[in-house]
Design a protein around this ligand. Structure first.
Ligand SMILES: NC(=O)c1ccc[n+]([C@@H]2O[C@H](COP(=O)([O-])OP(=O)(O)OC[C@H]3O[C@@H](n4cnc5c(N)ncnc54)[C@H](OP(=O)(O)O)[C@@H]3O)[C@@H](O)[C@H]2O)c1
Length: 287
């Protein structure tokens, strides 16, 4: 039986993979948290690889504090950049497949149509730069690398926009959300299932892929749909990004073209509204 080692067990994607993996009993999944595999330490990473000798490594762990990365440069670069290259080297040594998750923030957001996997990268912030460095190192060091770029990830687990909106909409009469950043949300559960489908597939295609749900919306549209599904009365105002400054810049347009993952692996994309509805059916009783 092939072993699938997963980092970042307690993150949004790691938690969804922990749920989804039970439908794939042909693999032996091992999930590690930060204590069991510290992605900032090559010693810790090497110890986990020595112990489990994986056939697949799914890197769900990452430095994901986008604004803090602007100042915590060494740590974010180590976890998202340099050590991803080290993980790829260890995978190469074991002839293992590396599935590494990356981001729409590798692009600058100036496109007018969905970003293809081979479009020119130009990270919009330092986090995006570290993620791009990780992509490049992983692809250079292990031919059996699959990079999956995703965007606007949410889940019933962890911290995310959906949960923040529900909290604010319950607390306030009025909130403001930016309407000039356009993209597509990704339900982490859908991404977790797509990853399980990829490793289960007979096809062996490597390289860069894009995955989100389908549709094109702004954060304002996303917030309005959350409000409607939750049946809340809070007023949602549309504002420009200039009224909501953040330490790290965000792309104005980050829609990803998903045709390659659909064509190569037959992954089906769900409409963003359907996925949001499903997630909220798990969330509402606990928020
Ligand atoms: N969230 C988004 O909107 C988004 C968008 C595009 C791409 N992505 C990418 O998608 C992937 C999954 O993101 P996510 O949303 O699931 O992230 P998340 O919920 O923030 O989870 C990140 C995980 O990484 C772990 N981690 C952080 N530092 C670590 C370290 N030094 N050693 C070991 N583990 C460490 C965290 O551990 P703790 O639980 O102990 O904190 C957490 O479990 C990441 O590669 C991210 O860059 C995310």
């Amino acid at each position: 039986m092939q072993t699938v080692l997963v980092s970042g067990k307690n993150g949004q994607l790691g938690s969804e993979l922990l749920n989804a993996h039970v439908s794939y009993p042909q693999f032996k999944f091992i999930f590690l948290d930060r204590e069991e595999m510290d992605l900032s330490s090559q010693t810790s990473i090497a110890q986990a690889f020595d112990k489990y000798n994986p056939d697949y490594f799914i890197n769900c762990g990452a430095y994901t504090l986008v604004d803090k990365a602007e100042t915590e440069k060494d740590l974010s670069e180590k976890i998202n950049g340099e050590n991803v290259g080290y993980i790829a080297e260890l995978c190469k040594g074991l002839n293992a497949t590396l599935i590494h998750i990356s981001t729409d923030y590798v692009f600058d957001g100036n496109n007018k149509s969905p970003y293809k996997t081979d479009d020119k990268t130009n990270p919009v912030n330092f986090y995006g730069q570290t993620k791009l460095q990780g992509e490049q190192a992983a692809l250079a060091k292990n031919d059996k690398t699959i990079i999956i770029r995703t965007a606007w990830v949410y889940s019933s687990f962890g911290k995310n926009f959906v949960k923040t909106m529900l909290r604010l909409m319950n607390e306030k009469e009025e909130i403001s959300v930016v309407n000039d950043q356009v993209g597509t949300p990704t339900y982490a559960r859908d991404l977790a299932i797509a990853i399980c489908e990829i490793i289960s597939s007979d096809k062996k295609e490597y390289g860069i892929y894009h995955f989100t749900n389908s549709g094109i919306i702004s954060w304002f549209d996303f917030a309005v749909e959350i409000k409607n599904l939750a049946n809340l009365n809070c007023k949602v105002n549309a504002i420009p990004t200039s009224k909501f400054p953040t330490p790290a810049k965000r792309p104005h347009y980050s829609v990803l073209d998903k045709s390659k993952i659909v064509e190569d692996y037959g992954i089906q994309l769900r409409d963003w509204k359907d996925s949001l509805k499903e997630c909220m059916s798990y969330l509402q009783p606990i928020v």
